[in-house]
Design a protein. Structure first.
Length: 320
């Protein structure tokens, strides 16, 4: 059988770290009698990773991944694999149990899953954003995040251009590893004066943008744990997001979903919300309470402290 290793991480391409994982995996594959004709290193870019996966599947029986498997926003190996294979991501209880058993057996450590939390923010009036861009409360639709292909921004721009509204579309964020996609987005949007690119924002300006949006949109094809969606809801926004599992599981029935990648459905949902202020207000009224309760930082802190207490208790019992 033929195996291939795909190592994911821009830091590998930049020479910031040595790819010891690939060496280890190659040695283990050789011991198992597996042939290896190719190894690939690719940066944290979903399009290029997708191409690498398709190429590997055409020439190898087993494809092994290392890198891009962590909790940060650019760790998208699992999500891209699922997209290429046309399969949803699912938690496998057997694999989870094996991981827990591994850490217990080799390191004497229990593993505990604690999700991210979100706090209820202070709502700011529109001052800086009005002075800078002429934005006032409820006059714009907001996206916040990196300007990269997997965020579905081309769908969003195309859908918005078909929407009949005097509201603006504010796209707040900067490019990731290449400015090419961002420039293509600006070309796509150039004939619609309602579309505004703010560039990277932070601090009071970001808080004002969240605080005064009419609706918040996350049209992603791929996500891990979408922190910007948690933030959008924590500011009491009516949220519209793609129906991928990672987003749908977060919002439950407290936001509106559209079919991933479907421009017509996205346009219809945007138009519906622009035309129905009462519906938007009804979602706004429940969003913050729901998300701040579901991902409550006090609960996260309590669970984390309990983990440390349990470990200290176990350490003390071992030294008695």
């Amino acid at each position: 059988m033929i195996a291939e290793v795909i190592s994911v991480g821009t830091e590998l391409l930049l020479g910031n770290i040595v790819n010891t994982n690939a060496q280890f995996l190659a040695e283990k594959c050789a011991l198992l009698g597996l042939s290896m004709y190719h190894q690939t290193v690719v940066g944290d870019n979903p399009e290029r990773l997708s191409q690498c996966i398709r190429t590997a599947l055409d020439r190898a029986d087993i494809v092994i991944f290392t890198g891009g498997l962590g909790p940060t926003e650019d760790d998208l190996t699992k999500e891209v694999c699922a997209q290429v294979m046309g399969l949803p991501l699912k938690e496998d209880p057997h694999t989870r149990a094996r991981i827990q058993e591994y850490f217990q057996m080799h390191y004497g450590r229990n593993t505990v899953f604690i999700p991210n939390g979100i706090k209820r923010p202070n709502i700011l009036k529109a001052h800086r954003i009005t002075k800078k861009w002429g934005l006032k409360k409820d006059t714009y639709i907001l996206y916040v995040g990196r300007l990269v292909p997997e965020k579905g921004l081309d769908y969003l721009i195309n859908a918005f251009k078909l929407t009949k509204t005097d509201k603006k579309l504010v796209i707040a964020g900067g490019s990731s590893d290449s400015t090419e996609f961002m420039e293509n987005l600006k070309i796509l949007a150039k004939n619609d004066l309602r579309i505004l690119f703010t560039g990277f924002v932070q601090g009071d300006i970001l808080e004002e943008l969240y605080s005064n949006a009419y609706i918040y949109i996350l049209p992603s094809d791929l996500e891990g744990m979408p922190l910007s969606l948690l933030e959008g809801m924590s500011y009491g926004n009516c949220c519209l997001t793609s129906d991928i599992k990672e987003c749908a599981d977060v919002v439950e029935n407290k936001a509106i979903l559209f079919k991933k990648g479907n421009i017509e459905d996205l346009r219809n949902k945007i138009q519906m919300l622009c035309d129905d202020k009462r519906m938007v207000q009804s979602y706004k009224m429940t969003a913050a309470d729901f998300i701040c309760s579901k991902y409550n930082w006090d609960d996260v802190v309590s669970k984390t402290i309990q983990v440390y207490k349990n470990n200290l208790k176990n350490e003390k019992s071992l030294h008695k």
